[in-house]
Design a protein around this ligand. Structure first.
Ligand SMILES: Nc1nc2c(ncn2[C@@H]2O[C@H](COP(=O)(O)OP(=O)(O)OP(=O)(O)O)[C@@H](O)[C@H]2O)c(=O)[nH]1
Ligand SMILES: [Mg+2]
Length: 304
């Protein structure tokens, strides 16, 4: 588990105007005829070009970057970042000058100080601050390549609800994964695919993108809660993947290459965080069962 400072406070986000525009993406993907989804709660359909309320609304992309002592790595991330509408940096009490470096690299970025500890809480805080139609979550350690963002966005625009990065799909790879983690990931992957009838190739990878309107389905813990919550840690990716699958969302895996962290130390512990993922799978399985039971026992409605 990560160990951000105990007293992060609930510092408000420093809101700044959006970063750049989407002209580059519009050219790459011809967004001109693509309607953005309305922010009207969960749905499992791709945005419809026929919806007159949405016609002509450009798709805005927010990149959410959790950071914990990543000052030395952020310049690499910025160098490879395509033009996007908004960057949200969520800091976890970094003791280096991560926040200053982020502000220098992206003067218009939204800087958020997370409310509790852990990467999951950081992402929840970043998602709450995001305003784009599409949210891309990416790491700050140089292991995930921002130049791949257009492939994730294109996958969503073409109809997916969740574009899931995968090191083990076509075009993917890893310079970073250890034998232990590879086997752990494989086992957890197998379990999830068996329980939830999914076909994930890479369950535990931090590079993903989804439509912001699906945040209600993902339902991460309340950012204002004061006690630590299940979902605050590295289990967050498993929660996102399993909840999207349970809601019958369209999930496409996008081949992604994971490099080695450039500077600094990993915050992840293969054993304790692996165990948290295992417990997460069990919790999601139980809550699915409870949901099915309550549906079965609901009294039948009789028409008047
Ligand atoms: N804000 C915040 N960011 C975090 C926290 N823990 C990790 N991060 C960030 O989340 C991203 C992934 O964390 P890493 O420590 O690289 O973990 P990992 O990529 O799963 O593991 P490695 O493959 O070993 O690097 C990085 O950008 C970290 O800075 C946290 O508690 N708070
Ligand atoms: Mg990393």
């Amino acid at each position: 588990m990560t160990n951000a400072s105990d007293d992060l406070g609930a510092a408000p986000a420093v809101a700044t105007p959006p970063v750049g525009d989407m002209s580059e993406f519009e050219q790459d993907f011809d967004f001109s005829g693509t309607a953005a989804p309305a922010d009207d709660g969960p749905t499992n359909s791709a945005p419809s070009e026929d919806d007159p309320a949405l016609a002509g609304v450009p798709v805005r992309v927010t990149v959410v970057i959790p950071t914990r002592n990543e000052a030395l790595n952020l310049p690499y991330v910025a160098e490879r970042m395509p033009e996007v509408d908004e960057i949200v940096v969520v800091d976890g009490a970094s003791v280096d000058n991560t926040v200053e470096v982020a502000q220098r690299l992206w003067p218009q970025a939204v800087i958020v100080h997370q409310t509790r500890n852990g990467k999951g809480n950081a992402l929840a805080c970043g998602f709450a601050a995001a305003t784009g139609d599409i949210i891309v979550m990416i790491d700050a350690d140089g292991s995930t390549d921002p130049a791949e963002i257009p492939a994730f966005v294109a996958t969503l625009v073409e109809g997916a609800d969740l574009a899931k990065g995968s090191r083990f799909s076509l075009g993917g790879g890893s310079d970073d994964i250890t034998t232990l983690r590879r086997f752990g990931n494989k086992g957890l992957n197998w379990l999830v695919n068996r329980i939830f009838a999914t076909q994930f190739a890479d369950l535990c990878y931090g590079y993903n993108a989804f439509w912001r309107r699906h945040l209600a389905v993902i339902d991460l813990p309340d950012v204002d809660a004061t006690e630590s919550q299940w979902g605050d840690g590295f289990e967050v990716e498993t929660i996102i993947n399993v909840r999207m699958a349970r809601a019958d969302m369209i999930i496409h895996e996008v081949g992604s290459h994971e490099s080695r962290r450039i500077h600094g130390r990993s915050n992840l512990n293969a054993f304790s965080d692996g165990l948290r993922v295992l417990r997460t799978i069990d919790r999601e399985r139980r809550s699915r069962r409870a949901g099915q039971r309550s549906m079965n026992s609901a009294p039948a409605r009789v028409a008047d």
